[in-house]
Design a protein around this ligand. Structure first.
Ligand SMILES: *Cc1c(COP(=O)(O)O)cnc(C)c1O
Length: 347
């Protein structure tokens, strides 16, 4: 069974969290005089430190997802919360984590940064599904985290729910399901299953569907024990006040995000269908995300040709199982039309 005491780092368990001025006195009252945080007293939109617990924003997220506020931690992008997972649960030079390949590159970068061994499990060729037995064979006493990404980047497709469930049942560390692209598909989030699986953490971001990549807001859902450990070690003021305010507005205005998502999903289908007809495109992989992976005759050549025409896509030919594959982000209608026009003109 999952027991947080088996995975928390001893130094993290023993340490005391930093107590910020805003943590010690939280009540917001315009009549108070705040002389506790060495801020500049003269009014400007941002002279005060931001709420370290982001309570108003978490309330909006809690309502939207039906998840308790204590089951949410926010990061300066997903990358910050991913790093917190390593720092909370993985002992440098001792522990290991498992990730799938091909997948998002940051898991391995963060493992390297934190001196944690990164064990790679190849997806099954062509359909890019999990090899559950292979993952389980890589687990040992020192394995703390398994990183799954669904829909996966760069392959664009969901991982199988039953496979994820098997890992949740059989692995006693944390299973991280990165749902950066969840909004573009039509499956429910794994955050609905938090009460069934105490070792499940679910990562989402406002960088993709919500169009806020520049503001940096990553969201991690997990059981209260896990979240409280991460809260203990996070930088106190990691989400700036502008991001907290703006994100609330974006999340509350559902019609805006929903229309963006619908538009991009439609454009993705159109683009997928048209890409099949480009003569050097050998395969267009199905996508539940806002990008499309294609296999071409010669990825290096096609990538370079596009750069010369001023169109930048991602060359994934050096990723496992992605030989001669390119990853194309779905753009606006006009951008996609231009891409296709350039593609069709290449020889
Ligand atoms: C884009 C992406 C993210 C988002 O990272 P942020 O730091 O929140 O911008 C996370 N995971 C995957 C798999 C991604 O592709």
């Amino acid at each position: 069974m999952f027991n947080i005491n088996n995975i928390i780092r001893p130094n993290v368990k023993a340490m005391k969290a930093y107590s910020s001025a805003r943590d010690e006195f939280q009540e917001i009252n315009d009549d108070y005089i705040f002389l506790d945080a060495n801020e500049n007293p003269f009014p400007s939109p941002y002279n005060r430190y931001p709420d370290p617990q982001q309570r108003a924003l978490k309330q909006v997220l809690s309502d939207k997802h039906g998840v308790g506020k204590k089951q949410i931690i926010l990061g300066n992008g997903s990358d910050e919360v991913l790093d917190l997972l390593f720092r909370a649960f993985c002992n440098p030079e001792i522990d290991n984590v498992i990730g799938i390949s091909p997948s998002y590159g940051m898991y391995q970068v963060l493992a390297n940064l934190n001196a944690i061994e990164y064990r790679k499990s190849l997806l099954q060729p062509e359909e890019f599904s999990l090899n559950v037995n292979d993952i389980l064979s890589k687990v040992d006493e020192q394995t703390k985290l398994i990183f799954l990404c669904s829909p996966n980047n760069p392959t664009g497709q969901y991982l199988d729910d039953n496979d994820i469930e098997k890992l949740l049942n059989l692995f006693h560390g944390l299973v991280v399901v990165d749902e950066a692209y969840i909004d573009f598909g039509n499956k429910p989030s794994w955050n609905k299953k938090l009460s069934s699986y105490p070792n499940l953490v679910v990562l989402q971001t406002l960088s993709k569907a919500y169009g806020m990549a520049g503001l940096r807001l990553g969201i991690l859902f997990g059981n209260e024990e896990v979240i409280s450990v991460l809260n203990k070690i996070k930088p106190p003021y990691n989400i700036n006040q502008y991001t907290q305010d703006f994100a609330q507005k974006c999340l509350i205005d559902k019609t805006y995000s929903e229309s963006l998502i619908n538009l991009l999903s439609k454009e993705r289908e159109l683009l997928s269908k048209s890409l099949i007809h480009v003569n050097f495109v050998e395969k267009v992989f199905p996508s539940d995300s806002n990008f499309i992976l294609i296999k071409v005759d010669n990825a290096n050549k096609r990538y370079q040709q596009l750069v010369e025409k001023g169109i930048i896509i991602r060359n994934r030919t050096n990723d496992d199982l992605c030989e001669d594959c390119l990853r194309i982000t779905v753009g606006t209608e006009e951008e996609n039309r231009k891409l296709l026009k350039v593609f069709k003109g290449l020889s």
